[in-house]
Structures are given as C-alpha cells and as structure tokens.
Design a protein around this ligand. Structure first.
Ligand code: BGC
Length: 762
C-alpha cells in the first residue's frame, strides 16, 4: 500500500518534469531533468535544497518528531549527514518523499573517510602502501557498506597536501607529495563512484578541503594560509585538480583563508579556478559552519557572509543555516541574484538525479543487504591485507624482525591492549570495540606456540588533562592511575622474563585528526622513560609505533633496534601487525611524509627548493650556508623511505635518449634485484629535477612510481615513460608552461638514495 502511494507521488513529480531532449546520461540530460523540477519550485524550496543540517540525534521511529523533520516537511532541507543505519535513513527519507510538497528526495552524506564499519588504515597510512589498486579497493568496499546502509555521498577523499606534522589532520591526508596525492585521489574517487553513480553500490565522492587546508601557519588547525600562486599551483593544487579530472561529484570548501579571503567566500578559487579553469560541474558544499565562521574571520554579519559565499560559487551550506535564513532577504535587497540561487539548486538536483534518487529514493538503504555486507568477513580479510601493506619498517638492526613464534614475548605500552584506538581518527560508523587489538592479534597468531606477558608500562601521556582531551569520541585510553615507577617496574619484570619485547607505543588515535595539532611531536616523555628502562634490560626491543603523523623519534631511532611504524591500521590492526611481526607478510610501506629529526626542522619536505646558498652534499654545517647550527638538514627518515625483511638493489639505469625534442617521450629503465632471503615488494620511484627555469624549481619532484613484487633471488626491469607535459610547470603568472633545457633523472627506493643521470630536452 505504502509503496503504491509512493509510486503515484513520485510519478506526479516525474510527469511534471518535461521530457529531456539531451542524450540520457549526459550532463545536459541531468540539467534538463533538474530544470524541470526547478520550474515547480518556490524560492523557499530552492533555498531549502541548499541546506545541509547534521543529523543530530534522530533515532529510528522518532524521525517524524525531530525538529529536522518539520523542516524536511517544509522543503527546507536538501540533505542530511552522519545519520547511521538503513532503517533511520528510510524513516527520514519517507518524510521527504511523502510529506513535503514536491517530494524531492534527500541526499544522505557521511564522513566515510577510511572505511565504513570495516575500517582501513588512516589515509596517511594507506598512502604508505603506494598501491593504487588496493586503495581503490578500500574505497569500493567503503562504498558497498555505506550504500547498503543508506549513504549515497561521502566526504572523502581529503587531498590536502601537508608538510607540517604538527597539524593533526596530516593523518587524514596522503602526505606531502602532490603527485602521489593526485594518484590516490583518483583511485579513491574511482573506488567510490565507479563508472555509474546510479548503481545502488556506488556513492558520490567529495574532494576536500578546497583549498590549501593542509598549510596552516604553525601547524595550528584552521589557521591562516598565505602562499604564492606558483606554489599553490605547482605544489598544492594537483590532487584537487586530479579529483576534478577523475569526475568527483562534489567539492568541500576549507575553513582557512587564502590571500585574505576565506575559501567559502573566495570567488577566484570556487569559480575562476575550480569551474572555469578546471571545468568542475558538480556542486560545492561548505565545511561544517564555514559560512558562519566568516563572521569571526571578520567579513561581516551572517547575511553578508552568506551572500558572499553564494556569489563565490558555493552551493550547499553545511549546518550553519546562513543560506536558509538570509538568502531571501539578500535577494530582495539585490545583494544576490535569482540566477545564483537557481544555479546552486540546480547543481544539487543534478547530483540527486545522477544518484538515481528521484527514481528510487530508498535505493541506498537496504536493510537486508546491509546485514550481509557491512563488516563482513570478506571485507575484514581485505582490510587486514591492506593494513599490512601500510606499515613502514623504519629500522631493523640485527634483523630483530621477523620474530619467531616461540619463547616468551613481553608485550608493553599503552597501545598494546586497546581495541577502540586501532581505527584512528575519523571513523564515525565504526564499532570501535570490535577492532582487533595488538594483544588479540598476537594471541591468535601464537596460540600455544609462545607465551605473552602483558604489562601496560606507561600511560599515553603523563599529564591527565592532556590525556582526557584525547580519550574522546568513544576511544578511551584506559588511563592507569598507578605511579609511573610501579608501572615501569612491572614492565621491566615482564621484559626480564621474556626473549623479546614488543613495545606498542606512540600516540592515541585522537592525538591526531581535527583540532588535534601538537607543538611537541616526540614520543611522549613518560613513554620514552619506559623505553629507556626496557633498553637497560638488554633484551631485544621491537617498537610498534602508533601514530597519525610523522613523529620526531630521534632518540628511538638511535637506541631501539627495530621500529615498525603502523599508523592506525583500522579494525583489523592487531591481526595485520602480527602478520608482519612474524614475517607472514614482508613489510613494504614507504613514507608519504618526511620524519623530521626535531620539530624545529618543520616544515621539512623532500621537494624543497635549492636556495642560493645550498649546503654542499656530504656536509652538515657551513657558515653562511642554508643550515642550522645545532642539527643537520637531513630528515630522520626521508619521503619514500621504508625497509623490507629482504634487500633490494638497483642497477643499470638506462634512458632511451639523452637529447630529446618537443613531444618525444623518454623511456627510463632500471633493474631491481631481490638479494635477500625473503620474497617482497618494492616501490620504485622516479624523480626529476628541472635544472634551469624561469622560476626556482624543487631539487626533486616525484613523477612516477611502481610497486613490484620480487621473489628472493629474482631480478626485474622496470620501465617508466616521461612525456613533455610531465616536465611542465606553472610559471610566475600561474600559466602551465613548457621550458626546454637540462633535467636530472633520478630513480631509487626512496627520495634520498637515488641513481642519477641527465638529459637535454629542447
Ligand atoms: C570537517 C570535515 C567533515 C565535516 C563533516 C568538519 O569539521 O572539517 O572534514 O567532513 O566536519 O563532518
């Protein structure tokens, strides 16, 4: 009965919409469909489409009583976000399509950032896999789970390039490199959107935060961003642009200002660059209350900032209701135009048509399917595999790793026995307590083969107030109130009785993420004191490092023989870590961001400029050179770095020509041999340097990479092709130009250790 009523109602809307003449599936077709709905709408209803409230506390069965419900009935809501479960979403959608005048379906969004319930490594972690197929697969699985539960729109990928590990949100991005970031953006969007958005298992992606959100001054979240145009275009914009080229459906504005104008009011950014230069044809949503925040930025009252946002090219207002409450007045006063409102509403309707929501508003909420696919064993197995690929082996002196499944293991540290923290930041749909802790994983892997003695040894940080700030969002850190000395004593006793120590240390999940900037990025001092005490036992130590950012772990790098960086690996973390610790999987992750020696070096990144006073190679200090008195310019671990249990050697770099012309291509080949005892994967990286140009150019730029698998004793040749456009750049006027000349070509397994040659390209 209900279905037939619904069908009639929908039919009414559809019939009212005149038949499109454009070819089905084209953008023009969807625009015609949207226009036919637009023609039926009142001004209020159009503005309503631009409104995106957060779901708040709507619970199943109560949707009709929530205060959002009334607004939905009145046609004042375009979509909702972060409402979880197929039932709740069906409930709310029913209000829109049965009780509002025009029955326009809502779009349901969510922060599905690195998985839905099956959680994959945090984005910085998954970037370390350098495996685009796996990354795409993770987004595909996230889309399958989220769509079954009613979500048709995700606020991902975040592609903000960042060179500042103080900024907590480095965890949510893909690191410091625009080329790697662009490849990941494309893989994620393809994974989410597939090639047909109307399918019930594909969802619309949203690239964020446009733009430059990863470059706040002093690494403090939401802080000012001010940079030259050539730096924006050459070093920061590429991943957003790649997202547009990959057909991303939506773009989210960033909170920060750029050139003195907050992104949400920045017409140059939202219209000139995004739409006119890059050809973006989807809709732009603000970040959470970003329009209202422009009052604090000092741009005027709510009416003023809302009008500025609409005029800049923003279509949807997340949470703040500035559009909902002021646009009508601004229109009356001539501060905005009817066309601007129509354009914004049209873009949102087009997205809803593309998603197939007008055809079936419940397409994405399938209670039965959700039970089968969400957090399925099949998805969890893939998450475990992907997690293991994200770990970066930073050090392995004396081959402490891999461990053998025998003897006694002392398991210590605040992250050893914690399920809730394994998923890392931004995992809103996850059931944290279902994650596999390291202790769970080790126990499963070892069974009766070895004994584990567990002792916590240290809290996450010494200061209880700081700890309470990061023991949030359902991710407790289980602070131990015993005195530090007692905890250390217990851990040391465990270590004395063991053959090896596994120290699960680092940050808690919420020490990175939004509004989690830090000025001290070393291992917390109390954890270091525990490590010092453990070191004194003389037992071999494996530091399993949990972190959402590059850390300054100089002491650890100098004193602990083996360090495996595991980021926050997701719901299957404990199993995946065990797989790598015991050698069932050989680590192959490579750092997507530089690890500094200390925080004073920040920002430190591989693709820096040379300066006029570079330090000669091999030196670490010279007076009147660009360096520090107290520390060398070297990073602790460079971009692209990561060890393996086996040993890879590079030889025989060859180029197809050392003198090229115009649009010829350069073929570069190199041989890689696995000279160690284990099979393993290696990420081969190609960098270039433009030696003379009209503007200063970086000393290295990643231009290609390939991950290949080599059996022990095997040798393979890798070939890369460089085209003229790969050597082009944005000049002083932000024009994309080709400048002939001499280029350096460099290939290797990280950004520091490279085999080099030179070419002329005229
Ligand atoms: C974050 C966004 C997120 C949004 C919606 C904001 O605070 O900056 O990344 O998508 O909230 O939850």
């Amino acid at each position: 009965m209900r279905n037939s009523i619904l069908f009639v109602l929908l039919l009414m809307v559809m019939l009212a919409c005149s038949k499109p003449t454009a070819e089905k599936g084209t953008n023009a077709y969807y625009i015609q469909k949207a226009d036919s709905v637009l023609a039926l709408m009142t001004l209020e209803e159009k503005i309503g489409q631009l409104n995106l409230p957060a779901a708040g506390d709507i619970t199943t069965g109560q949707a009709s009583n929530s205060n959002i419900a009334e607004k939905i009935r009145e046609g004042k809501v375009g979509g909702l976000f972060n409402l979880k479960s197929a039932e709740k979403i069906r409930d709310v959608q029913r209000i829109a399509v049965e009780e509002s005048r025009l029955k326009i379906p809502l779009i349901f969004g969510m922060d599905v950032i690195h998985g839905y319930e099956t959680i994959f490594p945090i984005p910085l972690g998954i970037a370390s896999s350098w495996d685009m197929e796996l990354i795409q697969k993770s987004a595909r699985i996230a889309a399958i789970e989220a769509s079954a539960d009613g979500i048709s729109w995700t606020f991902s990928p975040m592609t903000d390039v960042s060179r500042d590990p103080r900024w907590g949100r480095v965890s949510e991005g893909n690191g410091e490199d625009p080329f790697l970031g662009a490849a990941i953006a494309k893989a994620m969007i393809t994974g989410y959107q597939g090639d047909d958005l109307s399918l019930d298992n594909t969802i619309m992606a949203c690239v964020k935060h446009f733009a430059l959100y990863g470059a706040p001054e002093a690494g403090r979240d939401y802080h000012t961003v001010d940079m030259s145009r050539q730096r924006m275009f050459n070093e920061y914009f590429l991943p957003y642009k790649a997202a547009v080229e990959a057909g991303v459906g939506t773009v989210m504005t960033s909170f920060n200002d750029i050139d003195g104008i907050p992104a949400s009011a920045n017409q140059w950014l939202m219209t000139e660059v995004l739409r006119n230069q890059w050809g973006f044809d989807g809709f732009v949503v603000t970040d959470y209350t970003a329009i209202n925040e422009m009052i604090d930025h000092g741009l005027g009252d709510l009416q003023q900032v809302s009008a500025l946002a609409l005029k800049a090219g923003v279509d949807m207002d997340m949470v703040g209701e500035g559009f909902l409450t002021t646009l009508e007045k601004s229109l009356e006063e001539g501060k905005i135009t009817q066309k601007q409102i129509d354009d914004a509403a049209r873009r949102i309707l087009v997205a809803k048509f593309k998603l197939g929501l007008f055809e079936d508003p419940y397409r994405y909420a399938n209670v039965e399917k959700s039970k089968q696919v969400v957090f399925s064993q099949e998805h969890r197995n893939i998450a475990r595999e992907i997690a293991a690929q994200s770990f970066v082996l930073l050090k392995n002196d004396g081959n402490v790793l891999p461990l053998q499944k025998k003897g006694t293991i002392a398991l210590v540290g605040p992250m050893a026995d914690n399920r809730e923290n394994m998923t890392g930041t931004w995992s809103v749909a996850a059931n944290f307590e279902k994650s596999v802790s390291l202790k769970d994983g080790l126990e499963k892997a070892l069974g009766e083969k070895a004994r584990i003695i567990h002792a916590r040894g240290a809290n996450v940080v010494e200061d209880p107030e700081l700890e309470s700030r990061v023991s949030i969002f359902g991710k407790p850190t289980y602070r131990d109130e015993r005195p530090e000395a007692v905890m250390i004593q217990e851990a040391v006793a465990a270590a004395r009785n063991a053959d090896v120590i596994i120290a699960a240390m680092g940050e808690a999940a919420e020490m990175s993420g939004e509004a989690s900037s830090r000025t001290d990025i070393e291992l917390p001092a109390n954890q270091r004191r525990l490590l010092q005490a453990l070191k004194a036992t003389g037992k071999p130590i494996v530091l399993v490092l949990f972190t959402g950012r590059p850390l300054a772990i100089k002491w650890e790098a100098e004193n602990i023989p083996s360090i495996l960086n595991v980021w926050f690996a997701g719901s299957e973390a404990g199993d995946a870590i065990s797989d790598v610790l015991f050698g069932d999987v050989n680590p192959s992750g490579k750092l997507p961001a530089t690890f500094p020696q200390n925080v004073g070096q920040v920002p430190i990144y591989y693709n820096q400029k040379n300066t006029g006073r570079p330090l000669p190679e091999g030196e670490w200090f010279q007076k009147f050179r660009s360096n520090y008195l107290d520390v060398s310019n070297d990073p602790l671990y460079p971009f692209g770095f990561g060890l393996s249990y086996t040993e890879f050697n590079y030889s025989n770099l060859q180029i197809s020509s050392n003198s090229l012309k115009g649009d010829q291509s350069l073929i570069i080949s190199i041989e890689i041999s696995n000279d160690g005892k284990y099979d393993g994967a290696e990420v081969v990286q190609l960098y270039i340097r433009d030696l003379v140009a009209s503007i200063t150019r970086p000393v290295k730029e990643l231009k290609a990479f390939e991950k290949l698998f080599l059996k022990s004793g095997e040798k393979k040749k890798v070939e890369f092709e460089l085209k003229q456009k790969d050597l082009m750049f944005y000049d002083q006027d932000a024009k994309f130009v080709w400048e002939p000349g001499e280029f350096e070509i460099m290939v290797g397994g990280n950004s520091r250790d490279l085999i080099k040659t030179k070419i002329d390209w005229n």
